[in-house]
Design a protein. Structure first.
Length: 338
């Protein structure tokens, strides 16, 4: 007899994202009782769960536990370039429910192909969208909807942090456009709607005692939305402090929202500049997104507020902004100090 009505968890790719983000969120949601199946070719210790080396092993483990493959939620946390192949293999095995780590693909072309695959199969694929699921975002939206600052005119988003050591030691990003801006752009599309054009874009190098790391210092992008409002996205990876902040400028005031800057303290704040309006909000947006996704798979609520089409639009906009920022520049080897 196969169990029905529950949603066993399978994490495909048990590296940093799968182990430290997805599995940790599942443990938080279940009080540490999340018995996941972790799929990774490298042997791994899985707290309270089972390790298997491949998808075939995951299917066998699900059946052994009395679960149908179609009932499971598969967290796809392999590298972005492997997302489509991974989804195809899982779909052939009978999987239907997916939480897909961001970015959804390595390139815009690959993302478009992935969207076509999902549309053709009818699978339920929820791409990870952290800031739209944040309680800080929700609190800000509620104040704006209540008319606290009048009509929004412009948005300014900043995610800055010192990223010197990681930029030196890893080669996963070719420019600052690929580090924090994807998160900000998804939030911009969520809050302000579709974008009509990228009106300005610039990027700069990361200064170091021995030289500079090309294109990894920071970036700024200005967007004009179809609604007429503008959004500025800003990230400084040479900043001496960490900051995740949203300004919403309205016709009657400015809202300031500060998101938690790390896992060390899960509180954010929302205030209206110059007024005695100040909310402190406990916030764990990644965990909340996963909670909403599982509730959706159980038929208890709508899907979290982001989809593959929005992620594809975000990637297209980032490609446009990056190309505009570095137009005419000689492409140096990223991660190399001059």
């Amino acid at each position: 007899m196969r169990k029905k009505g529950n949603s066993p968890s399978v994490i495909v790719g048990y590296g940093h994202a799968g182990r430290d983000l997805h599995h940790r969120a599942l443990r938080d949601l279940t009080g540490g009782r999340s018995a996941v199946i972790a799929v990774d070719p490298r042997p791994a210790e899985v707290a309270g769960g089972t390790w298997v080396p491949d998808v075939r092993g995951a299917v066998a483990a699900l059946w052994a536990a009395g679960h149908r493959v179609s009932d499971a939620v598969f967290h796809v946390a392999v590298p972005p370039g492997a997302h489509r192949d991974c989804l195809e293999e899982l779909l052939r095995a009978g999987a239907q429910r997916f939480i897909l780590e961001k970015p959804i693909a390595h390139t815009v072309q690959e993302a478009a192909h992935l969207v076509e695959l999902v549309e053709a199969t009818g699978a339920q694929v929820l791409p990870m969208s952290v800031w739209p699921a944040s309680r800080v975002t929700e609190a800000a939206e509620e104040l704006v909807a209540a008319g606290a600052i009048g009509t929004p005119v412009s948005y300014h988003m900043e995610q800055s942090k010192p990223r010197f050591r990681r930029s030196l030691e890893t080669r996963g990003h070719g420019s600052a456009f690929e580090v924090e801006l994807p998160h900000q752009l998804l939030l911009a599309l969520h809050l302000a709607g579709p974008v009509a054009e990228v009106t300005d874009s610039r990027g700069w190098d990361l200064p170091l005692p021995t030289g500079r790391l090309a294109r990894l210092g920071g970036a700024e992008v200005v967007l004009r939305h179809t609604s007429g409002v503008t959004t500025t996205l800003y990230t400084d990876l040479g900043s001496p402090v960490r900051r995740r902040r949203l300004h919403v400028h309205g016709t009657e005031g400015t809202l300031v929202a500060d998101y938690p800057v790390s896992g060390d303290d899960d509180f954010g704040q929302v205030r209206i500049a110059g007024r005695p309006v100040h909310q402190v909000v406990q916030d764990a947006p990644l965990t909340r997104f996963i909670e909403q996704a599982y509730a959706h798979f159980r038929g208890e609520r709508p899907a979290p507020r982001s989809d593959l089409a929005v992620h594809l639009e975000s990637m297209e906009l980032l490609d446009t902004a990056r190309a505009a920022a570095f137009a005419g520049a000689v492409a140096p080897l990223p991660q190399e100090a001059a």
